[in-house]
Design a protein around this ligand. Sequence first.
Ligand code: ADP
Ligand code: 5GP
Length: 232
Amino acid sequence: MSGVFIISAPSGSGKSTLVNKVREIVPGLKFSISYTTRPPRAGEENGREYFFVSRAEFEEMMRKDDFLEYADVFGHYYGTARNFLSLAQQEGKDLLLDIDVQGAAQIKGKIPEAVSIFILPPNRQELEKRLRTRSLDAEAVIQRRLVTASREIENYGKYDYILVNDRLDESIDALKSILLAERRKQAGVHGQRQESADDTNLMTKAERCRLENVRQRLQPILASFAQATSGR
Ligand code: ADP
Ligand code: 5GP
């Protein structure tokens, strides 16, 4: 193993929900815990969701070249520590990165074989509803996240797979299929195993989410964001 999976999504699309779920059902994944200068939200714990550090501490890590990638997101630094990649390699696990579009581009530049997945909401209205029902953020923050979402979504074409998170159970199954299908491909490349009926099923489900196979389906989603932006 020891592949790298990158997952990005506009805030509120359901990325944390999906990632937490697949971490329970797909063995052999190491989740990278990022460093951030943003303050912890209620219920977040240092070392669980993130390592919460000061700007000075983060900048010191930048100077020491401790990051595989880092970016400024919503005015705070976020970064992936290099040591998570070495730990995943030592443990023979695949590294799972939950990072933004800037970080994803940096990782793809350094590790071209990394597999990237972009999660989208079914439309802008549903994203707004999810941001509200999650009720973690103030109204102004929700509005800012919606504007940022429109910008982030424009980057969908840089990802290998696109997952439209409409029905949660289907999305969990699709994400699981992508991870397992990519693993099978790697195993196949190294000639370790033959393809079974299960493998074919996984591959088919994963293929449905391949960028080139979802372009058509994305048009109404992209339009729902474009209309809202032009209406401002
Ligand atoms: P993100 O990590 O992308 O910011 P969350 O996982 O926190 O998003 O999800 C945002 C909200 O949407 C949460 O309240 C979550 O329970 C809900 N949610 C996630 N996926 C779905 C789905 N497929 N259908 C309906 N609600 C969902
Ligand atoms: P939040 O503050 O809501 O937890 O995360 C905000 C954004 O930062 C999300 O899009 C998340 O994927 C991204 N993010 C989290 N950790 C990292 C990281 O280490 N690097 C980068 N580039 N983005 C990150």
